[in-house]
Design a protein around this ligand. Structure first.
Ligand SMILES: *[C@@H]1O[C@H](CO)[C@@H](O)[C@H](O)[C@H]1NC(C)=O
Ligand SMILES: *[C@@H]1O[C@H](CO)[C@@H](O)[C@H](O)[C@H]1NC(C)=O
Ligand SMILES: *[C@@H]1O[C@H](CO)[C@@H](O)[C@H](O)[C@H]1NC(C)=O
Ligand SMILES: *[C@@H]1O[C@H](CO)[C@@H](O)[C@H](O)[C@H]1NC(C)=O
Ligand SMILES: *[C@@H]1O[C@H](CO)[C@@H](O)[C@H](O)[C@H]1NC(C)=O
Length: 812
């Protein structure tokens, strides 16, 4: 070492002290020693044997008061004069002493006095590996986007090792991993640092964070290292699409389900995190009106109903759904929604054909109508059964599916039920079931299956004799339960004979009204009753009829006075009853016998004594007409007794006849004769008798001549007619009706009746008109039944109303 430099250095450190040394510089002997020791030696460790190295013995050291002079505050070594060695006094840390400077040494001087000796000692401190590489921090946070491309570099922390040389930082190591490799580089100062290079792309979804260790090693022996943890957080990138967890979802919904009904929840997941994994669900817009029926909750994926589902319109829906994340990546799936049928449609009844009118004689099984039923529902909800609601004589048959025939099930009777309201009910089999009703109005048309019926088996009417012709006797009314023409009843008189004459001469029946009129005045004494049969016939085809017996009972009128049969009233001869003078009280003289052709009360006769020669002698039995003596006949009584007896009937008013009874009070016939002259005294009586006899004779003679003339005239007339009128064999003679008189002369019919009778062959269609006006009549003598006379009107025209118009009636 150059001395000048040494001084300079010394001066520099301890200027004042060094200056002192300079004063003695020429007198100082000096030597230089150099030692090398490793750092961190224990205190007291030997550095070097100074005494021997300087060539000094112990005495000299002691005598020269050898000591160390140093400019430093810290004196690392001490001089042990007794042994002449240098020993470590303080810990020597190379890194503290020199830092990174190499080589590293410190120096001091050993001074000896008497003589002054100055020896320079340099101690070189050798490095040992006493420091590990170290990082400033223990942990390092690193965030790397997963989209980082391979080759991306990431600077890592640099480690520090105060040791130098081979003991300093030598290399870096990275814990094994699949993504990164480490590159160790040196900067311009030669410091080593490391970079991490991405070799294989990151996937946050697989491995969202990575923990690595970076190890720095030095080259010492033993080797030392330092570690830093590198925590890598992989940042998400939207690299994943949402994925539905099912490719097809299946759901069902009841038709007519209300708004808001839950259908199904779909679920899509997105492997990305954060906003990249936020999924929004939607219904694909491309499907017509499905999005007006279903809606999906954007966030939860719940599909619910917003519209109407009708099984009959759509049985299933296919909803295409989409899940979209924030980066517009999508997935789609579909939801198959099956609509479950609900029994919401009632059956529909269609009438294919229906006859609203059926004849009552239609046989059971006659088809009335064909109906078709439909139900828009399906399955049980659409299976329809038809039935008839009422208990009506109809049934419904199904021959084809959904086609029904309505047929009669029994014979119909219009007369009991003329119309039916047939209610057909169609019920489906759903639960609850729905039904539809349809009412068919069926009318039963009439068939003439009922004959007219008279309510009474026998009709009777009573009429007093001597009735006015044309008087109505009774009205018949038959009933026919059929209707219209089938119930239109005509009354027809059945032909029979009453006492030789056809009944049509006695009565007429009005065909339409059933009123029975008397055609003539009846005489009880001739006909007591008129039994006849009236037929009621309906207008059906063929017509049905029934008979009823009508009995017209002619009631007696007191139109005949009693007739005395005994004693016979002769004009001239005098017949007397004889009473012996000795006759007792109650002696039956005679009996007045009278009859009355009337009947009943009218013929109930009572006898009364009207006039008597001696009223005290006889009495007449009121009931029996017996004339008896009431007292003893005596000789004083006149021989000739004349009694007038009145015979009265009990009619109202009563009619009577008188009879004169001559009684002779005598024992024998001669006695009577003697008194006969007395009887002749009854001049008035004889005159009358004579007059009647003469009148009778005259009448008889006149009748005889008249008859003779008539017979002759008829003969002549016939002879002439047969030549002139071939076609007519009826003699027509003007005829003046005779006064209808009583042959007995006592009771006469007080009126003369003229009447017109119009008769047509069709009695139903004729109206009979009875007139009072007399007119010229024609007597028609029917040669086949002589003595029977029919009076008919000839000149006066009688118009009869007919359905076809007016026409002249044909005469019979
Ligand atoms: C979807 O599925 C995932 C995983 O199975 C689950 O965690 C999530 O809750 C589901 N989302 C819905 C809306 O159900
Ligand atoms: C899909 O997600 C829905 C809703 O969370 C769930 O109900 C269904 O079971 C899931 N399907 C599968 C196959 O996991
Ligand atoms: C979706 O569902 C959520 C959670 O239930 C609810 O809060 C939200 O209102 C719903 N969105 C719609 C549009 O209904
Ligand atoms: C049938 O129905 C009609 C109309 O409702 C009614 O006028 C008629 O009286 C009914 N007939 C029967 C027999 O019930
Ligand atoms: C009615 O009486 C007529 C004659 O008396 C007879 O021919 C006919 O058969 C009877 N009709 C009935 C329905 O009894």
């Amino acid at each position: 070492m150059d001395f000048g430099i040494y001084i300079f250095r010394t001066l520099k450190w301890r200027f004042g002290y060094s200056l002192l040394l300079l004063l003695f510089l020429n007198h100082i002997t000096s030597a230089q020693i150099r030692y090398s020791i490793p750092e961190e030696m224990k205190k007291g460790s030997l550095v070097g044997n100074v005494a021997s190295d300087l060539g000094l013995n112990m005495q000299r050291l002691r005598a020269g008061r050898a000591r160390i002079v140093t400019g430093e505050n810290v004196q690392y070594t001490e001089l042990k004069t007794d042994k002449g060695i240098l020993a470590v006094k303080e810990r020597i840390d190379r890194e503290r002493l020199c830092g990174e400077l190499t080589p590293c040494s410190f120096s001091f001087d050993v001074i000896l006095e008497n003589p002054m000796e100055l020896h320079h000692v340099t101690v070189e401190v050798l490095d040992i590996n006493d420091n590990s590489p170290s990082f400033h921090q223990h942990d390092m946070q690193l965030t790397i986007g997963e989209s980082a491309a391979p080759g991306a570099r990431f600077v890592l922390p640099t480690a520090n090792d105060p040791d130098v040389g081979v003991n300093g930082l030598q290399d870096y190591n990275l814990s094994p991993n699949e993504h990164f490799v480490l590159k160790t580089l040196s900067n311009s100062e030669g410091r080593k640092y490391a970079e991490m290079v991405l070799e294989k792309p990151l996937d946050r979804e697989r491995c969202p964070s990575i923990s690595l260790k970076l190890i720095a090693v030095d080259g010492g022996a033993p080797q030392k290292s330092g570690t830093v943890n590198i925590d890598i957080t992989v940042l998400d990138a939207n690299d994943n699409s949402p994925v539905f967890n099912q490719s097809v979802y299946k759901a069902t919904v009841m038709e007519n389900a209300p708004r808001g009904t839950y259908i199904i929840t779909v679920n899509a997941t997105d492997a990305d995190s954060g906003s990249n994994g936020l999924i929004y669900y939607s219904i694909s817009k491309m499907q017509g009106k499905i999005d007006s029926i279903f809606e999906i909750n954007k966030t939860t994926g719940v599909i619910y109903l917003v519209g109407q589902v009708d099984y009959e319109t759509a049985k299933k829906f296919e909803i295409r759904i989409e899940a979209t994340d924030q980066g517009a990546l999508t997935d789609s799936s579909k939801v198959m929604v099956d609509v479950i049928d609900v029994n919401d449609n009632p059956p529909i009844i269609n009438v294919m054909s229906f006859t609203s009118l059926v004849t009552e004689d239609s046989p059971p099984g006659t088809t009335i109508g064909i109906i078709n039923v439909k139900d828009h529902d399906s399955g049980d909800n659409g299976r329809v059964n038809c039935k008839i609601e009422q208990n009506a004589p109809f049934k419904i048959k199904s021959n084809l599916r959904n086609y029904y025939t309505l047929v009669t099930d029994a014979l119909l009777d219009r007369e009991s039920i003329s119309e039916y309201n047939i209610t057909v009910v169609a019920i489906d089999s759903g639960f609850p079931s729905l039904s539809t009703k349809k009412t068919f109005h069926l009318k039963v048309s009439d068939v003439n299956d009922n004959a007219p019926v008279f309510p009474q088996a026998v009709y009777s009417a009573t009429i007093a004799e001597n009735n006015a012709p044309g008087v109505s006797l009774l009205t018949l009314r038959a009933q026919d339960p059929d209707e219209h023409q089938n119930a239109r009843i005509s009354y027809i008189l059945e032909v029979n004979d009453i006492g030789g004459s056809p009944i049509s001469e006695y009565v007429s029946v009005s065909a339409e009204s059933g009123v029975i009129h008397a055609l003539r005045s009846f005489d009880y004494e001739q006909i007591k009753q008129l039994p006849f049969v009236v037929k009621a016939q309906d207008g059906g085809s063929p017509p049905l009829s029934s008979n009823v017996t009508v009995k017209v009972v002619i009631q007696d009128q007191n139109d005949n006075p009693p007739q005395v049969l005994y004693p016979v009233q002769t004009g001239g001869s005098v017949v007397a009853e004889m009473v012996p003078p000795s006759a007792d009280v109650g002696y039956l003289v005679t009996k007045v016998v009278a009859v009355d052709v009337d009947s009943g009360q009218n013929a109930w006769l009572s006898y009364k004594l009207h006039k008597a020669t001696d009223r005290a002698l006889f009495e007449v039995g009121l009931q029996n007409g017996e004339i008896r003596t009431v007292r003893q006949v005596s000789d004083k009584d006149a021989v000739k007794q004349r009694l007038t007896v009145i015979v009265e009937d009990n009619g109202q008013p009563s009619r009577s006849a008188t009879v004169v009874v001559n009684v002779a009070v005598a024992d024998s016939f001669p006695e009577v004769l003697s008194g006969l002259t007395d009887f002749a005294q009854d001049k008035e009586y004889n005159d009358n008798l004579t007059f009647y006899l003469v009148l009778a004779l005259a009448v008889v003679s006149f009748l005889f001549i008249t008859c003779l003339v008539v017979i002759i005239s008829v003969k002549i007339y016939r002879w002439r007619q047969s030549r002139v009128l071939y076609h007519s064999n009826l003699p027509v003679i003007p005829y003046y009706p005779p006064r209808y008189s009583d042959t007995l002369g006592t009771g006469t019919l007080p009126h003369v009746y003229n009447y017109e009778v119009c008769r047509t062959t069709d009695s139903r269609k004729s109206d009979c008109k009875f007139g009072r006006a007399a007119s010229q009549n024609v007597l028609i003598m029917d040669p086949s039944s002589t003595g029977t006379m029919q009076r008919i009107q000839s000149e006066k025209t009688c118009f009869c109303r007919q359905s076809t118009g007016w026409r002249l009636p044909s005469t019979q």
